[in-house]
Design a protein around this ligand. Structure first.
Ligand SMILES: Nc1ncnc2c1ncn2[C@@H]1O[C@H](COP(=O)(O)OP(=O)(O)OP(=O)(O)O)[C@@H](O)[C@H]1O
Ligand SMILES: [Mg+2]
Length: 263
């Protein structure tokens, strides 16, 4: 179980301190599939980075199975069972896909097993296993390889930041199936996905809506999802310099939801 208690994250810009995350508390219980959604710039990826240990909170506590991990490094958290697939994965020049999978899992992975993980994310394994994780891979290929590394690790908590981004529609159907299988076979672990996709929101146990660095609402899927569909909840107001807040044109929710699949 992962617990975030009163998490704050501020950044210094010149003499100004900007509050990116403002007093966020939530729990990801074991055996749950939780989806965080909300408008662009709301703070979702920042929360994922805080959970993975890439950023350290300015205040608050993060607990994994009751143990305070707030000051633990990325490596320690990975060892303790947190896996994280970034919104924009990084490339590793000189490392082959097979090596990356082996590094992620931390033990010997057979070529056959590595191929299975790649196939699950819709990659023709034999074409990719020896490829270098460099600039020659497309954004979608890289994204799928990163998802495969998290699947291969199969740790206590798997965090996926917008797994649908950059993935073509055909592969997206397969990816949904992968997440459905993960949800069905979840055991003493939990899955946290950041997504705008209705198909992913539909398989969530719990949905957390994050906007403007705060939790706007959270609860069981059946309670939250109806309020997200067909609304403009993802759109905030825009305050011009020195002026009154200006309403922002509405974006139908389904358009926002399509964003990732089309990217
Ligand atoms: N280190 C930083 N310095 C300055 N601003 C930051 C920093 N980290 C995040 N931000 C800002 O915090 C806000 C939240 O960013 P974040 O990437 O968490 O949003 P998001 O909800 O993941 O958005 P998206 O849906 O577009 O991925 C953004 O306005 C971003 O520019
Ligand atoms: Mg993000």
């Amino acid at each position: 179980m992962l617990e975030l208690k009163n998490i704050r994250f501020d950044v210094q810009e010149g003499t100004n301190e900007i509050e990116i995350i403002r007093d966020v508390s939530f729990t990801i219980p074991d055996n749950k599939f939780v989806v965080i959604t909300g408008p662009n710039g709301g703070g979702k990826s920042t929360l994922a980075r805080l959970i993975a240990g890439i950023e350290k909170p300015s205040g608050g506590t993060i607990l994994l199975d009751g143990e305070d991990i707030t000051e633990k490094s990325i490596t320690d958290r990975a060892r303790m069972g947190i896996s994280y697939a970034m919104q924009q994965p990084v490339r590793f020049k000189g490392i082959q896909v097979l090596d990356l999978l082996r590094l992620a899992v931390g033990k010997r992975v057979s070529v056959a097993d590595a191929c299975q993980y790649l196939s699950r994310v819709g990659l023709c394994a034999k074409d990719y296993i020896k490829r270098e994780v460099n600039a020659s891979l497309s954004g979608g290929e890289l994204k799928r390889i990163e998802i495969a590394t998290v699947l291969a690790r199969g740790t206590k908590l798997s965090v996926f930041d917008e797994p649908e981004a950059g993935i073509d529609l055909w592969s997206f159907q397969n990816l949904i199936q992968v997440f459905e299988q993960m949800r069905d076979s979840i055991k003493d672990s939990s899955i946290l996905i950041i997504s705008h996709q209705e198909r992913i929101l539909e398989i969530a146990d719990e949905i957390i809506v994050v906007a403007d660095g705060k939790i706007d609402r959270m609860g069981p899927r059946d309670e939250i999802l109806p309020s997200l569909i067909g609304t403009t909840s993802a759109v905030g107001t825009c305050a011009p310099l020195g002026g009154k807040p200006m309403p922002v044109p509405s974006i139908p929710a389904e358009e926002t939801a399509k964003k990732g699949g089309e990217a």
